[in-house]
Design a protein around this ligand. Structure first.
Ligand SMILES: [Fe+2]
Ligand SMILES: [Fe+2]
Length: 200
């Protein structure tokens, strides 16, 4: 992996300082995951000739910053910051993206909207996704620790065509959610429509 030397465009400290905070904040399991997501996101960025590697690195490292917070903490922020109150009907899976972005903004002083949006959109996706959204969305799904059936096919698809990778993930996630008969966030459906159903 390329060594990313932060120019402090997005985070006030060095990469090492950010990594130390994350190591102290997250379980070892999740800490290793975010490092693998960063490695994969940088690999994808290199492959697709994305030049702002500092932005990719910060977004990847912080994407699950809030994943291990309590439900009560998320609910408090949704109410206190007057976020979309429908959020209260969802759970950690949706909160750690949408509400996690608020925590990253407030606690880590990261204000770049590309980074915050990549965090907000990393679980449900969005009908319109920036290149950074797509890199984090896919790196999270295909990082080297993932071993679900078809992951190698998804990796190959993603490196061949990033949008096709996004569509691959959405099809499989939606299928999985349907089998489990869990509620599906409307944003996931809108993303599916944009990348799969309307793009045949
Ligand atoms: Fe996540
Ligand atoms: Fe993740």
């Amino acid at each position: 992996m390329k060594d990313i030397n932060y120019q402090k465009h997005y985070y006030a400290g060095t990469r090492d300082e950010l990594v130390t905070i994350l190591a102290d904040t997250l379980s070892e399991f999740r800490f290793q995951h975010i490092l693998r997501v960063e490695a994969k996101a940088l690999e994808l960025a290199d492959h697709f000739a994305i030049t702002d590697l500092e932005k990719v690195s910060v977004a990847a490292l912080v994407h699950d910053y809030a994943k291990e917070r309590s439900d009560d903490e998320f609910k408090t922020i949704i109410v206190r910051k007057h976020l979309d109150q429908d959020m209260l009907n969802w759970g950690n899976y949706v909160w750690h993206g949408f509400v996690g972005a608020e925590m990253i903004h407030d606690e880590l002083a990261i204000t770049d909207e590309d980074i915050l949006n990549a965090v907000r959109r990393h679980t449900t996706g969005a009908p319109y996704m920036t290149i950074y959204d797509k890199l984090i969305f896919m790196a999270d799904y295909i990082e080297d620790g993932r071993d679900f059936p078809g992951v190698d096919d998804c990796r190959a698809t993603t490196f061949a065509d990033l949008d096709a990778g996004v569509a691959w993930q959405l099809k499989h996630t939606l299928n999985y959610l349907l089998t489990k008969q869990t509620p599906i966030h409307p944003k996931t459906v809108l993303t599916y429509n944009a990348f799969v159903a309307n793009n045949k």
